[in-house]
Write a protein of this length. Structure first.
Length: 179
């Protein structure tokens, strides 16, 4: 955990109908002072929406060579590399060389996030998916964040239903390929 980070506790009920995953999760997330609530919430949602055995949050900004979220199999091999926000092309290239699957989740305008990648060398860019939410959804949901938050995350037919401490909202899950 980074010095000065604030710990958040999330009691998550996850129902990913699209993938047949149903879990109750107790997660502790360190929020670095430079990290926005929107970024932290997007990181939490990326973890939930990519949930698989072996998934973990990285150590954050102090872990320069790691993505925000990743999963390893029983042998220790990376199975997914998940970036959050607006990673540069070099990070995506590195992640794609190191992991068979790479995904990006952003709370920003996906066109603006992807624009700097144009013309850059990104290994297997056609296999990398960029996920985003309806405009303003993350910002509205962030207002309900507390240090201890009860969360319900449901995905049904690429629609995200989210409840945070009584706040409820839904968003389409937008996905596109990097190239």
């Amino acid at each position: 955990m980074a010095a000065g980070a604030t710990m958040y506790s999330f009691q998550v009920t996850l129902a990913d109908v699209d993938r047949g995953i149903y879990e109750d999760l107790a997660l502790r997330v360190a929020r670095h002072p430079s990290e926005t609530g929107a970024f932290m919430l997007t990181r939490l949602l990326a973890y939930c929406l990519e949930y698989t055995d072996g998934i973990v949050f990285s150590d954050g900004i102090s872990a320069a060579g790691e993505p925000a979220v990743y999963a390893k199999d029983a042998t220790g091999a990376l199975v997914i590399w998940v970036e959050v926000g607006a990673p540069d092309a070099a990070r995506l290239h590195d992640g794609s060389l190191r992991s068979p699957r790479v995904a990006v989740y952003t709370h920003r305008d996906p066109a603006k996030v992807a624009a700097p990648w144009s013309g850059k060398r990104i290994h297997r860019s056609e296999e990398i998916s960029l996920h985003s939410f309806d405009p303003g959804f993350i910002d509205r949901a962030t207002e309900a964040l507390e240090r201890r938050t009860v969360v319900s995350v449901s995905r049904v037919e690429d629609t995200l239903y989210l409840e945070l401490n009584g706040w409820q909202g839904q968003s389409a899950l937008h996905a596109q390929r990097v190239s």
